[in-house]
Design a protein around this ligand. Structure first.
Ligand SMILES: [Zn+2]
Length: 85
């Protein structure tokens, strides 16, 4: 249901990161499911690095790499999502 919204967020974040290649701030790994930054590296393997979210126990190779400002935006986006019926 919300996958489209999430995809749009990813696209926006991608475009922002492409537009500001020189602006290197503190990059954080963000959980694509809940927007939490409490991710830790589970292991590296054939598939690449596997990340584990402490908050929602998401496990996967894909995480959002973003600045601290993006964390807020993503978390706000998740709030909007959950507010819908
Ligand atoms: Zn999570």
């Amino acid at each position: 249901m919300h996958s489209f919204l999430i995809a749009v967020i990813y696209l926006i974040l991608y475009l922002i990161s492409e537009m500001n290649p020189k602006k290197v701030k503190k990059m954080k790994y963000i959980c694509p499911q809940c927007g939490s930054t409490e991710l830790y590296l589970e292991s590296g393997g054939i598939m690449g690095n596997i990340y584990h979210c402490k908050k929602c126990s998401y496990v996967g190779t894909f995480v959002i790499e973003g600045e601290e400002d993006m964390v807020k935006e993503i978390q706000e986006g998740h709030k909007v999502e959950t507010g819908k019926p």
